[in-house]
Design a protein around this ligand. Structure first.
Ligand SMILES: [Zn+2]
Length: 433
């Protein structure tokens, strides 16, 4: 069980956090100036070195986990061959003490148009830091590093071990990937060596995120037979087959999905049900030819009570049903990405420590929320089998992936205090000399 932190130690940590916020903002600004945009995954080695050098200066043992070109092609198929480099820092505690691992992804989504500030400038304006990745989630990386510093610079010695990682390719997902997925595959994150994991994604400073909905990204293709557009009866129109399928899904399946509520509150609440969306359609070549092929890409989101198998079966049932009754209906179903929903218990020392730290700093009870999209928690919980893994970070979810993305410095500071108090409680501290 976690130790109860003495009130004077708690007070010292809070005061120290106040005194190092400028340094944390400065570290964040430096990170924001490295354009680690994904896709395709630019400037990863620079960003990893930037974090690694800071960790080294703070006394961590640092290693870089990179891929060979062949592994790169396999784990990052859309990465244009650019190097994938992760950074992993370790601050050892007493032997056989608990280990807390803080993780953040270094990649940011493309900038888009219409910014009023330099997207890679790290400008501070009216108490907020601006830049692509300020909220999602370089701000989280700055918070995780300086939360541990708030404990150490308060003159307290951590009894347990702290690990910090900055990983690539969270934004590009994948059933496997070159970032957190790779750390799990290599056994750097494993139940034998990692007690607690905190992923510092932005779900708002007063929420603890215990899981995410599931997702299937796939493609369905219908086939037909070409004929001249003047004699369509001689062909089989693949596009009309697809239109019929989409219409049946819209009439028969989508209303059911909208009825399926997530058991736990999703942030934002508009994502609180299951959903299916057809997002790309391609078919036909010319106005006077009956098309022999049509494809549609779909994005199915699963609430935490659904399974991947059931979600697939629902689509297959409609496709099979149409193959039985619609003359000439032929199809192919393919998936590009599938992630089962993830949810962990709130009844663990990790969640309880964060809950009481949030109460102490913000004076309110945190929400236990579910993320609308999938994230790297799936690798930790589903692949590594570690249950004590939460998402907690300073950013606001509404800031993720938008123009003029920013982070409130007050939230960065609050999260540093919260993570520091929870960490001190989970690992135990002793007064240093
Ligand atoms: Zn993120």
């Amino acid at each position: 069980m976690p130790d109860i932190l003495r009130p004077e130690d708690k007070q010292a940590i809070i005061q120290t956090a106040d005194s190092l916020i400028e340094e944390a903002v400065d570290f964040l600004q430096g990170m924001l100036r490295i354009p680690s945009v994904n896709p395709p995954g630019a400037a990863y080695p620079e960003c990893a070195s930037y974090i690694g050098e800071r960790l080294e200066a703070l006394g961590y043992q640092v290693e870089y986990i990179a891929l060979s070109a062949a592994e790169n092609a396999e784990l990052a198929p859309y990465g244009e061959g650019l190097p994938r480099t992760n950074v992993f820092g370790r601050l050892p505690g007493l032997p056989s003490s608990p280990v807390i691992h803080f993780n953040g992804h270094m990649d940011v989504v493309p900038v888009g148009m219409g910014w009023s500030t330099a997207p890679f400038g790290g400008e501070v304006r009216a108490g907020r830091v601006y830049g692509r990745g300020a909220a999602d989630m370089k701000g989280g990386i700055a918070a995780q590093v300086y939360a541990v510093e708030a404990i150490r610079r308060a003159g307290l010695q951590l009894q347990g071990t702290v690990e910090q990682s900055g990983v690539v390719d969270e934004e590009s997902t994948g059933n496997r990937n070159a970032g957190m997925g790779l750390l799990v595959e290599q056994g750097l994150i494993a139940p034998e060596r990692t007690t607690y994991i905190v992923i510092t994604e932005p779900l708002n400073v007063d929420n603890i995120c215990l899981g995410h909905r599931g997702a299937i990204w796939g493609e369905i293709q219908t086939f037909g037979r070409q004929s001249h557009g003047s004699t369509p009866a001689q062909g089989v129109n693949a596009l009309e087959h697809m239109a019929g399928f989409i219409d049946e899904v819209a009439r028969c399946l989508m209303p059911q999905l909208r009825q399926r509520q997530n058991r736990y509150p999703v942030v934002p609440a508009t994502a609180n049900t299951a959903s299916l969306s057809f997002n790309v359609i391609q078919g036909g070549t010319h106005v006077n030819s009956v098309p022999d092929s049509c494809s549609v890409a779909f994005d199915r989101r699963l609430v935490t009570d659904e399974t991947l198998a059931d979600a697939r079966q629902e689509l297959w049932n409609i496709l099979e049903g149409r193959a039985q009754i619609v003359p000439g209906f032929r199809y192919e179903y393919k998936e590009r990405y599938a992630a089962a929903p993830t949810w962990v218990s709130a009844d663990t020392p990790l969640v309880q420590s964060f809950t009481s730290a949030i109460q102490h700093i913000l004076g309110r009870t945190p929400g236990y929320v579910c993320s609308p999209g999938t994230d790297d928690q799936r690798f930790v919980v589903q692949n590594a089998g570690i249950e004590q893994c939460i998402i907690y970070g300073p950013g606001e979810i509404t800031q993720a992936h938008i123009v003029d993305e920013s982070l409130a410095i007050a939230d960065l500071l609050a999260s540093i205090k919260i993570m520091a108090i929870a960490t001190a409680e989970l690992l135990g501290v002793q007064k240093g000399d």
